[in-house]
Design a protein. Structure first.
Length: 70
């Protein structure tokens, strides 16, 4: 599983999560530290990443899309 860490998480988590996951990257490492949630969402979707965040917006967005799929 590929993980994309959001702005609100420490880049130090890469080291910890990298032991369990094959690909972990922080938005800062991608130059996306000033990008909107929509831009991050689109990047994650296009590159097969799962977003890891404390931001409720991503949860709400994924719940919305899941309901559309039903």
């Amino acid at each position: 599983m590929k993980l994309l860490l959001d702005h609100n998480l420490s880049p130090k988590l890469i080291r910890l999560l990298g032991e369990e996951f094959t690909d972990v990257v922080h938005v800062m490492a991608l130059g996306m530290d000033a990008d909107s949630d929509i831009d991050i969402w689109d990047y994650a979707q296009e590159n097969d990443y799962t977003i890891v965040s404390k931001d409720k917006d991503f949860y709400q967005r994924s719940a919305f899309w899941a309901n559309l799929q039903k």
